[in-house]
Design a protein around this ligand. Sequence first.
Ligand SMILES: [Cu+2]
Length: 119
Amino acid sequence: MKTTLLFLSTLAILSIGITGCPDQLPDASTQEIALGGLTCDMCVTKVEKALAALDGVDSYTVDLEAKLATVRFEASKITLASIESAIADAGFTANGTSRSEQAHAELPACCQSSETVDM
Ligand SMILES: [Cu+2]
């Protein structure tokens, strides 16, 4: 009986050790955002700048070839919709949302893309 209890408590401690990762924020969420209108590295920089300016975004990667942004954020501070609209405000579509045509028109010529939605 004692051995069983010891075994169970050891198991409990072990499982806490596995799940209770200290640097894993409880409300952290990682989402992939499909980007439209991404043509070159400058576009990537524009999207990265838009993401960097957001409070609540912990980290991000922007993949030009996959046209995909992977964003890790704190769900209590910012919503996915806010992140999408920040990207749209920078002149690109995010998950099919419409982009700011004004911001898009202000992008360098190499970044001007006729595609409005790229899913
Ligand atoms: Cu570009």
